[in-house]
Design a protein around this ligand. Structure first.
Ligand SMILES: O=C(O)CCC(=O)C(=O)O
Ligand SMILES: [Fe+2]
Length: 287
């Protein structure tokens, strides 16, 4: 039974984006994140210093490179996936207090680690195409942001070096870019910053990167968190392929076995290894 004596504002538990409690505002101030929060709110992206030593950054960079060598196939040496648990250093990455705070700002409390991958981009690496990371959310995007991606730049980010490219304020359109907008990339700018920086953006902003035109590798850790919403109430992980054998394919689909989300295999260096599944996921998600 609802508590009819409660004042209306006490029964409404939903807050607007960027509406914080006093305690959380203080935390953001203490972490010197108020300008970062303001920037991501207005422009859809922001940059902050990770607050780590050069030594830590170098150790992280080396660990990423080592793990990309464990990847099999064409991504070997270029990508490593499902990093948490593969080396203790990644616990320090995801527990970084500034990262944790920005995750709460953008995805609320209880947000989930959605993806933790490393990429190594050598000279000649081409740009990836313009996109919004909320690729499996249909437009118009909800008022509340769904995903936060942070790129930990182990190396300096310059346009020449193939840094991330963003279209500031494109998050306000709250939709995916159209093919002609993907080609035009109107208003795109490079996000340049020193090593040990975190470049981050919301799930709606249109972004890509520049081709790398300089010697040496660009090593980045891509950290994505998502809101806890839409996770299933029950887990059917125990119903394995053997249980599904010979049963209608709709059963596999409703258990999420036909889309790329929730993959467990890090041998290919990411979910991108299965392009058919990826394309199907994006198409189904927007239906
Ligand atoms: O590699 C980059 O600079 C951007 C990659 C990207 O689109 C992402 O991590 O979501
Ligand atoms: Fe992206």
């Amino acid at each position: 039974m609802p508590n009819t004596k409660a004042k209306p504002d006490e029964t409404l538990s939903t807050v607007q984006p960027f509406e914080f409690s006093k305690e959380f505002s203080k935390k953001l101030k203490d972490l010197d994140l108020l300008k970062t929060v303001d920037h991501i709110k207005k422009h859809g992206y922001a940059v902050m210093d990770a607050g780590v030593t050069e030594e830590f950054n170098q150790k992280l960079r080396k660990t990423c490179i080592r793990l990309t060598q464990e990847t099999e196939g064409p991504a070997k040496g270029y990508a490593a996936a499902i990093l948490l648990g593969r080396d203790p250093i990644y616990e320090e990455v995801v527990l970084n207090p500034k990262i944790q705070a920005m995750v709460e700002v953008m995805c609320g409390k209880g947000a989930l680690l959605s993806q933790l991958i490393a990429s190594v981009r050598p000279k000649g690496a081409p740009q990836i195409g313009l996109h919004a990371d909320q690729n499996w959310t249909p437009a118009p995007f909800p008022v509340h942001n769904q995903l936060l991606t942070l790129c930990w730049a182990c190396d300096e980010f310059t346009k020449e070096g193939g840094c991330t490219k963003v279209i500031p304020k494109s998050h306000l359109k709250r939709r995916h870019p159209l093919p002609k907008e993907i080609t035009a990339q109107k208003g795109a700018i490079p996000v340049e910053c020193p090593p040990r920086s975190l470049v981050m953006w919301d799930g709606s902003i249109w972004h890509s990167n520049y081709p790398r035109n300089i010697e040496s590798d660009r090593v980045v850790i891509h950290i994505t968190f998502s809101r806890l919403a839409l996770r299933t109430v029950e887990s059917y992980d125990h119903l394995d392929d053997k249980w599904l054998e010979g049963k209608p394919k709709e059963l596999a689909t409703m258990l999420g076995r036909d889309d790329f989300l929730g993959h467990k295999d890090f041998t290919k260096g990411g979910a991108g290894g299965e392009f058919e599944k990826l394309a199907k996921t994006f198409t189904w998600a927007r239906s």
